[in-house]
Structure formats: structure tokens, C-alpha cells
Design a protein around this ligand. Sequence first.
Ligand SMILES: *Cc1c(COP(=O)(O)O)cnc(C)c1O
Length: 341
Amino acid sequence: MKDAIDLRSDTVTKPSAAMRRAMAAAEVGDDVFGDDPTVNRLQEVCARRFAMESGLFFPSGTQSNLAALMAHCQRGEEVIVGQDAHTYHYEAGGMAVLGSIQPQPLTNRPDGTLDLAEVEAAIKPDDAHFAITRLLALENTIGGKVLPRAYMAEAIALARRRGLATHLDGARIFNASVKLGMPVQELCAGFDTVSVCLSKGLGTPAGTVLVGRKDLIARARRIRKMLGGTMRQVGILAAAGLHALEHNVERLAEDHANAERLGRGLAALGLRVDPVQTNMVFVAIPGNSVADLERHLREQGIVALAGPRMRLATHLDVDARDIDRVVQAFAGFFGKAAAAD
Ligand SMILES: *Cc1c(COP(=O)(O)O)cnc(C)c1O
């Protein structure tokens, strides 16, 4: 029997047979000594692809973000960050707990951007009362939404003018790149550091690469050691990353098309669906039906996290036929026929 259709996240993908073969065949060495040729190749490939000086492999995006923030900010310094940003909201407060970094959260606007006038107003003057504002951190995509290049360029220009460094949580930057039809090197130009997940839409079992300025990556390398993230024959994972970069980037367009198909299907049932930009569909579910819906979907072989604002993520382990089954299951639950496509 086919596995359940799992729409909880794009992290649920299993490595394909070809990816597993690449992993099994990986040349490895002790990466603490810099001896793992596959890790070294992945770091170089990523640095080149993003037109950055250096790259560094991490076990997770959370650790990559934390190491980057700590490379930028000393104890008692501050990062301006979105209220909805992963680094602020979904990383267990790591920057404060482990980095002694003060977050200055600002409300994300509905399109995911920060109001740059608010950013500027949040930069603290040089006064003993205040933390030292050091960094502006953005995220792209954020909640499935793409930040346009022009906005990011404006944000970077503001940061530069005010002497702030810049970090981009680009966990899903390839989704933004594919959506905009713009190479990541162009999309990320000007950021001091960018964190790129390989285990989301790209489909590896684990791994994130931090790319950026050489001096910052050198600091992040020491911090990674401090955080316990330095691994040994980890070329096994890096090989999955190299395979993903070669085979799983352009195909993100399919995930976007499937998300659009799902969004259209659910909207046709009369449900309120946010405009779909990449691989995330957000749909409003009437509060009293959340638990029943989740159970109903599970009975139909569909795993999803229902909520008042339900998120459904498409990825390389779901195809258009699966999407149609999901729409049918929703139709069954809400007692309507799914509109033919
Ligand atoms: C997934 C994700 C991360 C990192 O997550 P890990 O699970 O630690 O790899 C960071 N930022 C964003 C936006 C993410 O979606």
C-alpha cells in the first residue's frame, strides 16, 4: 500500500533511491580535520552558487541560524527580526538563551515584509540604556510567501546605511528563487550570511548550509563546535545535499503547481484560502470542525495538521493525483462534491 499522503510539512520527504545511492557512494573523511571531501565539495558548491566567499555544513537550520546570529552579535547586542520569523518564534529562544542576543521583534506585514520605517525606528541610539543594534535578520520565503528582490535590496541598503549586518534565513530560498525565476546568487546578493536548508523542499534527510563572508563563516565554525554541531564522516549527508542541488531544485515548480491546484480545489468548496505563492496552502477551517477534519483525513490516508488556519505543505513525495485525493477528502468532509478541474 502506498504511504499516507503527508502534508504536515515539506520536511517529511524520504530520500529517494538515487539519493540513497549517492549517499552510499560518498567519499568521506573526518570533517573536524577538514578531511571530508564530500562536505568540502558541498560547501564550495553552495558558496559558488550563492556567490558568497564560504560555506559551512550544519546538522539543522536552527543551529545554522543560531551560529550565524552568534557570529554577528556579541553578548548584549541586538537583532531586529520579524515577529513571525523562525529565528524568533520557532527556535526555542536560542538566540537569547544560548547567544545572549536580544531580539527586537517587529510585526510582519501580511505579505511577510517588515515595514522598513519601523526597522529604522527600532535601531537604538548609542546610549548606555540600550542594547547595541547589530543585525537585521530577514526570512525568505516566510509562511510560504516570497519577499521580492526589490524589498530585500532596500532592506540591505538601509542596514548598510545604518551600520547593521544582514542575515537571511533562506530555509526555503530555492522556493523563492524558482517562483521568481531569479538565481539565488542574485536574490541573495548583499546579505552577509544566508542559511539554506537542504531538508525541506530539496528532500535530504538532514542538513543546512550557511554561506557568507569568510570571517563570519570562520566564527560560525567555532560556534558550531561550541554548540555540538560538528560531525565526523558527514559526507554521507553532504552527498544527499549535492544530489538534491542537482536534481531537486527546478522541480520545486511542481510543488508550487500542486499547491496552487490544492488551493483552487479547496476554494471551490467554499473554503477561504490565502493566495498561494509557493508550496504552502493556508486554509481557514471553522473552529468546531478542526478535530473531526483531522480524523476524517487520517481515515482517508491523509496526514495533516488541522487548525483554524490550517497549513498544508506540498513536496516531492506528493503528486497531482494525491492532491486530487486530498480535495476529494475535504469535499467528503464538508459534504460537497469537489469541482472537476
Ligand atoms: C525549517 C526551518 C528552519 C530550520 O529548521 P530545522 O528543523 O532546525 O532544520 C529555519 N528557518 C525556517 C524558515 C524553517 O522553515
